[in-house]
Design a protein around this ligand. Structure first.
Ligand code: NI
Length: 203
């Protein structure tokens, strides 16, 4: 009886040891820098799209493969939020070294395809940075990419005017070379903070 008890203890110790090693391996291989919420977001944001750039060229997500992309959704008639964020985006981009810059595409995607024509975007985007490219598309294409990136954008009705404003999500998304979500920067994040993240994570 005594030796059987010893054997059971021995088996338990071996089992425990195995579990510790297994969980250590799991922890090491499961990217501990991502929280479960971040992993969830990664699965939710991004995917296939088709758009037209401000030079009139049709593009899809495949055109950005192998490159990081900073994406901002907005519209050229936006009175304040978009210009502020695009200014921050361009400042962040300008404070990183050329080698890192070369690995990043800057995308400004219109949520107002009715007014934001290719010509309109070609005038607008370079006002913030020469490397910032504006994108628009058909109503369907823009509706689809908004869904893909979980972007909210809705017209604000103003009966006193034929003009309208668009209430929209204001986030800067960083996507990796596989088109997968890396991180987003909330409205008002400083250019210094964005730049320091890019310096560390864009490799
Ligand atoms: Ni805006």
């Amino acid at each position: 009886m005594q030796s059987q008890k010893k054997l059971t203890i021995k088996a338990l110790v071996i089992l425990l040891g195995f579990l510790i090693i297994a969980s250590a391996v799991f922890f090491i291989t499961s990217k501990p820098d991502l929280t479960s919420a971040q992993r969830q977001t990664k699965a939710l944001i991004g995917g296939a799209f088709s758009l037209i750039d401000h030079n009139g060229k049709a593009v899809t997500e495949k055109d950005f493969a192998g490159q990081f992309t900073l994406i901002y959704f907005g519209y050229t008639y936006c009175p304040d939020v978009c210009p502020t964020e695009l200014q921050i985006l361009s400042e962040a981009y300008d404070s990183i070294d050329q080698k890192t810059k070369d690995k990043i595409n800057l995308m400004f995607i219109s949520v107002d395809p009715e007014r934001d024509t290719v010509e309109q975007l070609k005038i607008y985007a370079p006002q913030f940075h020469d490397d910032l490219i504006g994108y628009t598309g058909t109503l369907e294409e823009i509706k689809a990419i908004k869904k893909t990136f979980r972007v909210y954008a809705g017209k604000v009705q103003d009966d006193s005017s034929t003009d309208y404003l668009i209430d929209h999500t204001s986030l800067i998304y960083l996507m990796d070379g596989k088109g997968e979500y890396v991180k987003h920067f909330s409205y008002g994040t400083s250019s210094e903070k964005i730049a320091s993240y890019l310096k560390k994570h864009v490799k």
